[in-house]
Design a binder for this molecule. Structure first.
Ligand SMILES: Cc1cc2nc3c(=O)[nH]c(=O)nc-3n(C[C@H](O)[C@H](O)[C@H](O)COP(=O)(O)OP(=O)(O)OC[C@H]3O[C@@H](n4cnc5c(N)ncnc54)[C@H](O)[C@@H]3O)c2cc1C
Length: 388
């Protein structure tokens, strides 16, 4: 059994680490100051263009995209290392394209959709969103009510989506809707490609959240979608959507490891310097236990994440592992970041340090793509053999 990354994947991880250190980390003070001033979590346009040029030059685009559309077709184990390194900074940069929707598109597109949607997406020319959640259906997406009705060659969609990231900016949204109310998640949910600005795709309000996140509420009013924009086959949108969610969950576990690792390093740097009552914090058992627990849990989460990614690459069923790592890694990192904030005292409460943004991000990560309790329930349900 070999626990090391291959030489090629190790070099990629190191390359991303250097990109983060040289390009993203220096932008952090600017990003934090803008966020603290109420301007939102973003990278100024000029910086983004420069980052795009540098990351493209380094060959970091389309890492896990298929080769025939310009990608490198890297396995999930390679991507875990990449995501861990990217998460070490709060500078919100994503290497194009946003991979979870990529996986869903790869599993479903036909030739026309490949050319019209997948290729420009992999080339970094477009960004995407996914609309699953509704006011009455979040953790249990099978309860969605948005309905797509056939009208000649088109589909007409009515309903309401909520908490949709990037809905206002995305060039296209993968929209999930019922096409057969009786069958629901068992053959009655389809996925549609909806272009930005389509009449009836009404982004009604932004919803600011903790951790710098913004999601949107979208009302779908007689939204007309041409027949060829149905993804995959009618009624079979749920399974590729789960593939997309699985990819995101592994990615989130890797982000958690990266964030926790940075928080631990911040404790290691600060605790020996800060003296209270004549003794450095690093000599207090309270802080030592936080350090030891953090190191142990980060190690466990990292191994679990690589194990899950490797099994996924082997084509194995990793539903249990995905739920385990999504819940374990996000909760673990939230705790480690919280301990780092506690170690830094008042400084840890400021918007000058990245810790509060990391805490806010992790707070949302404990909810989206399935709250912790649902993932634990899934694991227990699979082990116990209970259904509900
Ligand atoms: C930052 C952010 C970005 C998001 N982006 C998107 C997006 O781009 N597209 C999209 O479609 N959605 C998005 N979402 C929505 C997200 O996926 C849902 O919020 C999430 O799945 C939970 O659904 P809910 O909010 O309806 O909570 P509910 O399903 O109502 O659950 C509420 C709570 O009930 C408990 N619970 C529920 N079921 C169980 C159970 N079986 N066992 C034990 N406890 C349970 C859990 O504690 C859970 O936190 C985003 C959410 C956030 C916070």
């Amino acid at each position: 059994m070999d626990f090391e990354l291959s030489e090629e994947h190790r070099m990629l991880k190191d390359l991303v680490a250097r990109f983060v250190k040289d390009q993203l980390a220096p932008l952090e003070p600017k990003v934090l100051a803008a966020e603290a001033a109420g301007q939102g979590l973003h990278i100024p346009e000029a910086d983004r263009k420069r980052l795009d040029a540098v990351s493209r030059e380094l060959g970091l685009w389309g890492l896990d995209a298929p080769e025939d559309v310009g990608g490198s077709n890297l396995p999930m184990v390679a991507m875990v290392g990449v995501e861990e390194e990217l998460a070490r900074t709060v500078t919100p940069y994503t290497l194009p394209p946003d991979s979870p929707n990529l996986k869903m598109l790869m599993a479903t597109v036909d030739e026309r959709q490949r050319v019209a949607y997948l290729a420009p997406y992999v080339a970094g020319e477009t960004i995407s969103a996914i609309g699953i959640s509704e006011p009455g259906a979040g953790g249990d997406p099978a309860g969605m009510k948005t309905y797509a009705e056939r009208d000649g060659d088109d589909w007409v969609i009515n309903g309401r989506k909520i908490w949709i990231s990037r809905a206002a900016d995305a060039d296209f949204t993968i929209l999930m809707a019922l096409t057969d109310r009786n069958r629901g998640a068992r053959g009655g949910i389809s996925a549609f490609l909806v272009d930005k600005g389509s009449p009836g795709f009404n982004v009604v309000r932004p919803i600011p959240m903790v951790g710098g996140a913004v999601t949107y509420e979208v009302v779908l009013e007689d939204l007309r979608v041409p027949g060829w924009k149905l993804l995959g086959t009618e009624g079979n949108g749920f399974a590729p959507m789960q593939t997309r969610l699985s990819t995101r969950r592994i990615q989130m576990a890797a982000w958690s490891v990266g964030m926790a690792q940075r928080a631990l390093e911040m404790i290691l740097e600060y605790a020996p310097q800060r003296v209270t009552f004549g003794v450095p914090l690093s000599e207090r058992q309270a802080i030592q236990w936080w350090v030891a627990d953090a190191a142990t849990k980060i190690h466990a989460a990292r191994l679990m994440t690589y194990d899950c990614a490797w099994k996924l690459d082997q084509g194995r069923d990793v539903r249990n592992e995905i739920s385990m790592i999504k819940a374990f890694a996000t909760e673990m990192a939230f705790e480690v970041v919280d301990h780092a904030m506690q170690t830094y005292g008042a400084m840890g409460m400021t918007k000058e340090l990245p810790l509060q943004l990391m805490a806010g991000k992790l707070r949302t990560m404990r909810i989206y793509d399935g709250p912790t309790e649902i993932h634990k329930w899934v694991v227990a349900r699979n082990l116990l053999g209970t259904r509900k």
